[in-house]
Write a protein that binds this ligand. Structure first.
Ligand code: 2F8
Ligand code: CA
Length: 354
């Protein structure tokens, strides 16, 4: 007898199984009903064998009544019945053994079935978990895809900006290179000019020395003369020589002072009304050698002597207008003095006693 396990239905089938009708099979279906079914089958088979035994015995009795003498017949019948009974007992024992084996197989199958069922449940759980994981992963993947798209957009924008910056950087670099070249050129020019200036300064110093020597020589020669003379283009007035700046040339007070000193004289020092009138007639406005640069209100001449007396100030002067007037000019307006900002550019007059 073979036994088959139907995984789908969870039922057990086989040769004995097929002996049952459909209704009985459905009654006996299911895991717990297998054992009952086998016991039922065995009982049915037992009953069948008993029935068969009764039928055979009755057949033998009837047949012997018709064919054989009475005493011999009874003995033969008994012998036959005993043999048949022994056969049936043997068959019953074999059937019992097969039933036991079948029970064992059923139990094993039952165990296997339970273990397989547990395995199946575990696999189902695993599958469900995997399904859930897959769903989560799909969602995550969708999110990541969205993020990826946004990231790509940002990357593209960043790339554009980088490119623009790169372009700007290149242009600035070129500009920087040009400026560097220019700077280097200017440095070289400055070096050359410095050298040239040093050369000119040295020449100028030589010329100044020569001029001073010549002026000394003129002074020495003049001392020996009975009639003292002023240099060419200078004016002589009351034992003083006067240099009057050229027309349309103007300088600040300090530069005018320096010019006079370079000529071996000083910015005009005025000691009398007569001299004041003489100086005021050359130009509308003229620097003279008087200032209060060192101390406000303390007027001094360029030779370091203080202004003695009231001087020849115009009315209301010196007024140190806007607190920036520290140098004196002669202006034709009344011919008197006025204090002015020293940076003002005016004509100037130098003088030098003979
Ligand atoms: O420019 C400065 C000058 O301005 C006037 O003269 C035009 C002032 N005179 C008066 O206020 C009367 C100067 O004092 C001044 O120096
Ligand atoms: Ca003034």
């Amino acid at each position: 007898m073979s036994v088959v396990f139907d995984r789908k239905a969870g039922e057990i089938g086989g040769d004995g199984w097929n002996l049952m009708d459909t209704q009985e099979r459905s009654k006996c279906s299911g895991r717990s009903r297998g054992l009952v079914w086998y016991i039922g089958t065995a009982a049915c088979l037992g009953l069948l064998y008993l029935l068969l035994l009764v039928v055979i015995l009755s057949y033998v009795v009837n047949n012997d009544k018709a064919t054989s003498p009475q005493g011999t017949d009874q003995l033969q019948f008994f012998t036959l019945g005993q043999t048949e009974c022994e056969n049936l007992t043997l068959q019953w024992i074999q059937l019992q053994k097969r039933y036991n084996k079948l029970s064992e197989s059923t139990q094993q199958l039952q165990t296997m079935f339970s273990s397989k069922n547990a395995e199946l449940d575990a696999i189902r759980d695993e599958r469900d978990q995997l399904k859930m994981d897959t769903r989560n992963l799909t969602k995550e993947m969708e999110n990541l895809t969205l993020q990826g798209i946004q990231l790509q957009k940002r990357y593209n924008k960043l790339s554009e900006s980088t490119q623009q910056l790169q372009t700007m950087f290149s242009s600035k670099n070129a500009e920087l290179d040009a400026i560097r070249d220019e700077r280097d050129q200017l440095k070289m020019d400055t070096r050359n000019l410095t050298k040239e200036m040093e050369l000119l300064q040295s020449r100028f110093n030589t010329v100044v020395t020569m001029r001073d020597e010549l002026q000394e020589e003129v002074k020495r020669l003049n001392l020996n003369r009975t009639e003292k003379l002023c240099p060419d283009d200078w004016k002589k007035y009351n034992n003083k020589c006067y240099y009057v700046s050229a027309q349309r040339v103007s300088k600040s007070w300090d530069k005018s002072k320096k010019d006079c000193e370079d000529r071996g004289a000083h910015l005009a020092i005025i000691n009398s009304r007569d001299e004041q009138d003489f100086v005021s007639k050359f130009y509308d406005r003229t620097w003279i050698g008087l200032s209060d640069k060192d101390l406000e209100g303390h007027w001094k001449w360029v030779d370091g002597t203080d202004l003695v007396g009231d001087g020849y100030w115009q009315e209301g002067e010196p007024n140190n207008d806007r607190n920036i007037e520290h140098c004196a000019e002669v202006s034709r307006k009344g011919g008197g003095w006025n204090d002015m900002p020293c940076s003002e550019r005016l004509s100037w007059v130098c003088n030098l006693p003979l």
